[in-house]
Unconditional design. Sequence first.
Length: 225
Amino acid sequence: MTTAEKLNALSETMPQFGRFTDKVLTPEQCGEIDKIYACYIENSFMEEEFALNKKKLRADFKKKRDDLPGDVLDKYSKSATEKILNLQEYKDSMIVFIPISFGSEWSTSLLINQALKDFKRVVVPAVRGKNMLLQEITSQTSYHKAAFGILEPDDGKIIDEMPDFTLLPGLAFSPLGFRIGYGGGYYDRFLCRYNGISVGVCMPDFITSVIPQKWDYPADIMIFL
């Protein structure tokens, strides 16, 4: 069976795979589709086994990232920022959703500051229970530590408008753009109702196979550093 036929079969139950049908895929991406097809169409996986594997991957990549030297993270942060700013999709956007980095994530502060200088409307996440709201910030915004130690605006205005450009956080990404996130499900719930452009940034050595669950959506654009 060809990759195109496998994509069509997957798209019947997981519409998000339809976005790959018109793309020229790399051998690595085709290999990912083979694995996902085997799991879902040939029924060669168990939900519990997948959940345990994803939990282990999350812990392994978190430790690996925590061990990265500060100067290496700085280099990745500058490279990621430069590549995002050069995207035409970023240049064309008006409202950009950029998570505030924390811990050993590559720093998004340079990107946020430049987006404000570019006269973009910038929104950041605010967690309220199981919901993730969007708060608009300015260059004058002050912050406090909220859930998981993530900085949130003190007085950011909650907006209902959807951003047209979103940066997705993730511990690791697959060649197809599926994420290993932090397990909260906030971005999964956001992406299922999102129609804008989503972007993922994957640091070297943080690429992995991901068998997505039916509610998982891949990034529209992947930047592999």
